[in-house]
Write a protein that binds this ligand. Sequence first.
Ligand SMILES: [Zn+2]
Length: 237
Amino acid sequence: MSRIARMWQQLLWQLAPEACASCAAWLARDQLLCPDCLSVGTVETLERSIGGIPAWACSPYDGPIAVALRRFKFEDRPELARRLATTLHGHLPWNELDGRVHFVPVPLHPLKLAARGYNQAALLGAYLARHARARCSPTGLRRIVETAQQSSLGRRERRANLVDAFVASPRLRGQHVVLVDDIVTTGTTAIACTRALTAAGAQVMAIVSVAHTGSDEPNTVETGTREETAQQSRSAD
Ligand SMILES: [Zn+2]
C-alpha cells in the first residue's frame, strides 16, 4: 500500500463511527467489543508471575480479543490502541501500582518498526500512561539485535536468542517501571527486557499486556486464519 493510500485509510478509520474491534458491528463510542463478542470472549483481570514479577492482562489470547489484537498489529489499525488500552487499564489492579510508575514498551527492532510503521506496545503504553497520569518512555528500552523467529525455537533456545537483545536507558535508574507489551506468550521477551531494565538500575514493578497465551505456541490460537497465525508466529516475540 502506498504511503498516501495508507494515510487516507488511517483518516477514514479515525472518522468512521467506531466499530467492534473483532466483528466490525457498529458500537457506542469508546467500546472495544460489541455485546455479542463480549458474550463469547473473556475479559477479566488475569495474573501470572514471570521471573517473580506480577504479569497482568485483561484476556487470554483467544476469541474476539485475539481477533482485535491481530487487526491492531497486522492490519494497519493503530487507532485500536486507544480502546485496547482503555480496556486493559480498567482491569489492572491499580491498588498495587501508583501514579509514579514509568510505562516502558517492549521495543521493535528498527527494521520491523519501519516495516509496520508503528510499535503496537508503544501506542498501548502511551494510552495507559495517559489513563494513569503517569509517564511513558517509548525509548526506555532499545532492541539492539534482530532476533531470529522465536516461535520456531524451543524455550531454552528462545531465551538464549534474546539474551542481550535489549538495552535500557540510564535515565530509568531508580524509576519504578511497568513493562508493556501487546501479548505475553512464554515470558521470554519480558524476562530479557526485565534483565536489561534491572541492569540499568530500574525496578520493574509489573508486566502488563492485553493478552496472555496459555501455551508456548502462539500459533495454536483457534480463531485465526492460517495466514494470520503464520504472521502471529513470525512476530510472537
Ligand atoms: Zn463484535
